[in-house]
Design a protein around this ligand. Sequence first.
Ligand SMILES: Cc1ncc(COP(=O)(O)O)c(C=O)c1O
Length: 324
Amino acid sequence: MQQIDDLLKKFPRVNLSILPTPLQYLPKLSEVLEHNIYIKRDDLTGFSFGGNKTRKLDFLMAEAIVRGYTAIIGIGANQSNFCRILANAAVRYNLKVHLILRGKKVSRPTGNLRIDHLLGANVHHVNTTDSQVALTAAQQLQQQLEASGERVFLLPPGGSVPIGALGYVAGWSEIYDDLQRLTHQVGVVMHASSSAGTQAGLVLGQAISGWNGHIIGVSVDEPKMRLIDNVKNLALAAAKLLNIEPALPPVEVEDGFIGPGYGIPTAECRAAVELFAKTEGIYLDYVYTGKAAAALIAYCRTGKIAAADSILFLHTGGYVQLFE
Ligand SMILES: Cc1ncc(COP(=O)(O)O)c(C=O)c1O
């Protein structure tokens, strides 16, 4: 969408992501769910096994280079997709990388953690589920590194700062153009949502483009009202960077598919992962996209989405976790 692309022109950007990603019709899944279902393949953004984080890092790494940072600190769970891609991006641009991972040190790293080790990232485990404890550990490390002369870029979980959210303003521009070309009119976009950066970028893009469908973020951890606030605040902060004051559409979050907690698969999530693999040969994960797909399936089956409304599922990546 030209208007969005023009607004983003002044921001430096590296091109980790291979863009545009494909947008595909899913014939077998559409038949099973009796709705027309499309998928935006952001699992195929390419760099470091792909996923939504490469779009954010296209802007964040450019920012790191422009500001002359020499080291980056990322925060996440042991199986963080963001930390895996961040570590790879840091190595690519010759920055030192430290990861503060919420989880126990393991003797045989698997999945994303295995890639962190392969890349030689400095991995620090804080055995806690409390994100504040992890943030404090990251801030202490930042001070130590700065005392030894490093210029340190400390990123919050998911890289969800306003500059990072611009990645999904750009992502929406691409999706908006895709939607104009489809046979069936899409009324609903669904995706996994957690640290708010992806949804904030999409919602801001939606506001700029004036699209009047629904973007539904399926929470994998946060309660609905908190995630709505986080998305709104981040979208408004990103709008400030763009020097615009758009009227945001109502932010829509579904939090009924988290189950017992972050990273704990539910029966519906397992069934969704299996259904996508067996019908379309598309791999989801048990932490993010499996739960978002579980919501999509339930919305179709219970009539929460009318049969006349076509749906776009935004695949945000994450399947490295299947090898945990
Ligand atoms: C595979 C995957 N999907 C979705 C998300 C959620 O994106 P965000 O944190 O921008 O809300 C993440 C975040 O870690 C992820 O790794």
